[in-house]
Design a protein around this ligand. Structure first.
Ligand code: MN
Length: 280
């Protein structure tokens, strides 16, 4: 029976495949395939994204030795960039096999698929177990930085900081560090061109929260910190700040300005959003 097994492997594992199956190597048939091995009972395609597809009657046999081991990796994600009110939070997290064994039963998945309550519950459990670095930029600071840097540049600076902090914490970074892609890697590095320290060994992928445990963890921890900050904002201003950027947000911003004055909007909102024009 023909079957297909698709895995994401580390550069080290991909090198291992190359040394094992060198004799079966063929010229790749498309630009996204970096190596192709045609065995009699299985074809192995290695993609530029580190995805490896085993196809053929013995696909699961060849894939097996890579399937059972959890591959240590780091991942990063940001939260709050689509919300008019509240901070921007970026987290980079590291998950190795030992850590994975402790957290795999907790229902970790793409934070967009989880309710706020579930996120807070999972975050409380994983926070002490997963080495991570968390950065929060409050609104005042955000508005100040935004005078000089656009949103994507701010994200790039924060992801870079988060990885540098994480590196200090865990000493040796894994082969695979995945950024949930908000801009292509070339523009990312371009945003960082004036930085002294740049962590470059990154893999960029869209929808990474649903594909990489460390990115899912980063996004849950970031979302949780964002929710906590929101709660603090609500309490400090005795006000209910809605999330997102829709008409409810406009209405709340108008109320806020009535109560606290336009000059204090910078303490709670990202002023460059279109919402500000609709309030003033
Ligand atoms: Mn993201």
């Amino acid at each position: 029976m023909n079957s297909t097994v698709s895995l994401t492997l580390s550069p080290r594992q991909i090198d291992e495949l190359a040394s094992l199956y060198q004799a079966y190597a063929q010229a790749p048939s498309n630009p996204y395939i970096t190596a192709l091995y045609k065995l009699s009972d299985c074809t192995i395609s290695v993609y530029t994204s580190h995805k490896v597809v085993f196809q053929g009657e013995s696909a699961s046999h060849y894939a097996q030795s890579y399937q059972n081991q959890f591959k240590a990796h780091a991942g990063s994600d940001e939260v709050g960039t689509g919300d008019y009110f509240g901070p921007v939070v970026v987290v980079a997290a590291y998950v190795d096999d030992a850590c994975y064994q402790k957290i795999k039963h907790l229902g970790i998945t793409d934070s967009k698929a989880l309710t706020d309550e579930m996120i807070q519950k999972i975050a409380t459990e994983i926070r002490p177990l997963v080495p991570h670095s968390l950065l929060i930029v409050d609104n005042r600071k955000y508005n100040e930085i935004h005078q000089v840097h656009n949103m994507n540049a701010i994200k790039a600076l924060l992801h870079n900081q988060a990885y540098l902090h994480l590196k200090k914490r865990i000493k040796v970074m894994p082969d695979l560090c995945v950024v949930d892609q908000f801009t292509p890697k070339t523009s990312y590095l371009n945003y960082l061109r004036n930085e002294k320290n740049i962590f470059r060994e990154l893999h960029f992928e869209t929808k990474a929260e649903s594909k990489y445990m460390a990115v899912a963890v980063a996004s849950i921890l970031a979302r949780d910190a964002f929710l906590q900050s929101f709660e603090t904002l609500n309490q400090s201003y005795d006000f209910i700040f809605p999330k997102g950027g829709g008409s409810q947000v406009d209405a709340a911003a108008i109320q806020f300005v009535k109560r606290y004055g336009i000059e204090r909007l910078e303490e709670v909102a990202k002023l460059h959003f279109k919402n500000t024009e609709r309030v003033v």
